[in-house]
Design a protein around this ligand. Structure first.
Ligand code: PLI
Length: 470
C-alpha cells in the first residue's frame, strides 16, 4: 500500500510529457457515419443521446460507466470464474480486495451501483426521514425518495457556480447541515449521503479536512455517513495534488484514511474499479449488513454473488487493486484535463476546476439565448452528435426531473453537457477531434435553437425522454 517503486515520466523528468501506463493489445474499429445518416439517427432517437444506437456513434463520451478497457490480467481473471451458485471463490477475492483497499467490514455484491443504493436506502431510511448530501445524483436521490426520504442539498455554494475555482467544490457545508438538524432533528436524519467526487457538480472532490470535520459533526449528533465511492480514486488524486500533508501519500493510503471516517459505502464498480458490470455495498455495522443481506437475496441474488457472475467478481477484485495505482489514476485525470485545456484555450465555457471523469460544457454560457425550459444542454449534446458523431450527455434540467411535491421542473443552477472519458479507451488524438468538433458547434452557437420535450417518462426521464427541434 506504500507508494510504488516506479515513477511516472512526469515525476522522473519534471516538465516533460506524461503518457499512459499501458500499451494497447487489442483494438475495436470505430467509424463516423455521414452527416445525413447522423441527422436521421438523431431524429429517430428524439434528440436524446441515450436513444442512439452505439454503432451510429463515432467517439462515445456518453459515460465512463462500464465503458473502461479491462487489462490482460482482468481478462485472465475472467477465465478463473468459479460459477458456483453459493460461496464462489471469486466472492472471497472480491471481499478481500474491498476490505484491503476500502477498509469496510461487511461486503455485499450487487449487479451495479443502483442495486447497492436500493439496499442501503431501504435498510436505513424510514418514511419521513431527511437525507442530506453533497449534491444529488439521479439514481441515488430516487432510491432515497422511493424509500420514503427527502434529499436535502448541503454542498457548499461554490459547487453550483461553474466558474468558482474552489479546489474542493464537493465539500459539505456544515452550517447547512446544522440548519437541517435544527429544523428536522438529528433523529430524522439516518445518514449523510457523501459522494466523492461529485458527479453532477463536474467531478469535484471532497477534501480530507471536510470529511474529518463531517465525522466529528456526525458523531456529536449520532448520524452515520455513507459514502458513494464510485469515483473515490479520482477524489483521492485531488487530495494528493491539492491538500497539505497528502502529497507524499499514495492514492491507496489516502483512500483508506478517507473511508475510515465513514460507516460504509456503495459502489458502482463500473467506474473506478474498471469493470464493465458490477457493484457493491460495504458497511461496518453488523445490523445494517444483516438487513442488506436479507434484501439482496430478494432483489439481486445470493449474498455471495449479488447479481454478478463469478468471473465478473474476479475481474472486479483485480480491477480494484489495479485502478487504485497512482499512475493509473493520474493518467486518467490528466487525459480529462488535456481535453479541458484545449477548450479553455479557445474560450469555450466549461466547469472549472476541471474534474476527474469528464469535461462539463456550461450550456448556460454556451447558449445564453436558449431558455432553460428549452433544454440548452440537451440541445448542445444533439448538436455535437450532428457535427461529428461524438456522443455526450445532458446534465441539466432534464436530468434534474420534476419536484415530486409540485410536479414542476426542477431548475438546477448547473445546466451542463457532459463529455465523459472512458478509462483506458481513447487516445490523445481522439481528444483533439472532440475538441475541434466542440469548437465548430461553438462557432455556430448563435444560429442554434432549443428543443421541446414531446415524451416524458415518469422516472429518471433523461434516459428515455424524446425531443423535437424548435
Ligand atoms: O450506474 P450504476 O447503477 O452502476 O451506478 C449509479 C451511480 C451512483 N453514483 C454515482 C456517483 C454515479 O455516477 C452512478 C452512475 N453513473 C452513471 C451511469 C454515469 O453515467 O455517471
Amino acid at each position: 500500500m506504500s507508494k510504488p517503486h516506479y515513477q511516472t515520466m512526469g515525476q522522473q523528468f519534471g516538465r516533460r510529457s506524461w503518457a499512459e501506463p499501458w500499451k494497447i493489445k487489442m483494438v475495436e474499429p470505430i467509424r463516423m457515419i455521414s452527416r445525413e445518416a447522423r441527422e436521421q439517427a438523431a431524429a429517430e432517437a428524439g434528440y436524446n443521446t441515450f436513444l442512439l444506437r452505439s454503432e451510429d456513434v463515432y467517439i462515445d463520451l456518453l459515460t465512463d460507466s462500464g465503458t473502461s478497457a479491462m487489462s490482460d490480467r482482468q481478462w485472465a481473471g475472467i477465465m478463473l470464474g468459479d460459477e458456483a451458485y453459493a460461496g464462489s471463490r471469486n466472492f472471497y477475492h472480491l471481499e478481500e480486495a474491498i476490505q484491503t483497499y476500502y477498509g469496510y467490514k461487511y461486503v455485499i455484491p450487487t449487479h451495479q451501483g443502483r442495486g447497492a443504493e436500493h439496499l442501503i436506502s431501504q435498510a436505513v431510511i424510514q418514511k419521513g426521514d431527511f437525507i442530506p448530501g453533497n449534491m444529488y445524483f439521479t439514481t441515488t436521490r430516487l432510491h432515497q425518495e422511493l424509500a420514503g426520504g427527502t434529499f436535502v442539498d448541503v454542498i457548499i455554494d461554490e459547487a453550483h457556480d461553474p466558474t468558482s475555482q474552489h479546489p474542493f467544490k464537493g465539500n459539505v457545508n456544515l452550517d447547512k447541515l446544522q440548519a437541517l438538524v435544527d429544523r428536522v432533528g438529528a433523529e430524522n436524519i439516518p445518514y449523510v449521503s457523501l459522494a466523492g467526487t461529485v458527479n453532477m457538480a463536474g467531478g469535484q472532490p471532497v477534501s480530507m479536512a471536510n470529511v474529518k470535520a463531517l465525522r466529528e459533526f456526525c458523531d456529536r449528533h449520532g448520524i452515520r455517513i455513507y459514502l458513494d465511492a464510485t469515483r473515490m480514486y479520482e477524489n483521492c488524486f485531488f487530495i494528493q495534488e491539492r491538500e497539505e500533508g497528502y502529497g507524499d501519500k499514495s492514492i491507496a493510503e489516502i483512500l483508506k484514511e478517507f473511508c475510515s471516517y465513514t460507516d460504509g459505502a456503495w459502489m458502482s464498480a463500473k467506474k473506478d474499479n474498471l469493470v464493465n458490470i458490477g457493484g457493491w455495498l460495504a458497511v461496518n455495522h453488523a445490523d445494517v449488513a444483516e438487513k442488506a443481506r436479507n434484501m439482496v437475496v430478494v432483489y439481486e441474488g445470493l449474498h455471495t454473488y449479488g447479481g454478478m457472475a463469478g468471473r465478473d467478481m474476479e475481474a472486479l477484485a483485480i480491477g480494484i487493486a489495479e485502478g487504485v495505482q497512482d499512475d493509473q489514476v493520474a493518467a486518467r485525470v490528466r487525459q480529462v484535463r488535456y481535453l479541458g485545456k484545449l477548450l479553455l484555450d479557445w474560450g469555450i465555457p466549461i466547469v472549472e476546476p476541471i474534474g476527474g471523469h469528464a469535461i462539463f460544457l456550461d450550456a448556460k454560457r454556451f447558449y445564453p439565448h436558449i431558455p432553460q425550459d428549452q433544454f440548452p444542454s440537451q440541445t448542445l449534446a444533439a448538436q455535437l452528435y450532428l457535427d461529428s458523431g461524438v456522443r455526450s450527455m445532458e446534465r441539466g434540467i432534464v436530468s434534474a426531473g420534476r419536484d415530486p411535491k409540485t410536479g414542476d421542473h426542477r431548475y438546477p443552477a448547473l445546466e451542463l453537457t457532459r463529455l465523459t472519458i472512458p478509462r483506458r479507451v481513447y487516445t490523445q488524438a481522439h481528444m483533439d477531434v472532440v475538441a475541434e468538433s466542440i469548437k465548430a458547434v461553438y462557432d455556430q452557437r448563435e444560429q442554434t435553437r432549443g428543443l421541446k420535450m414531446v415524451y416524458e417518462p415518469e422516472y429518471l426521464r433523461f434516459f428515455q425522454a424524446r425531443f423535437e427541434m424548435l
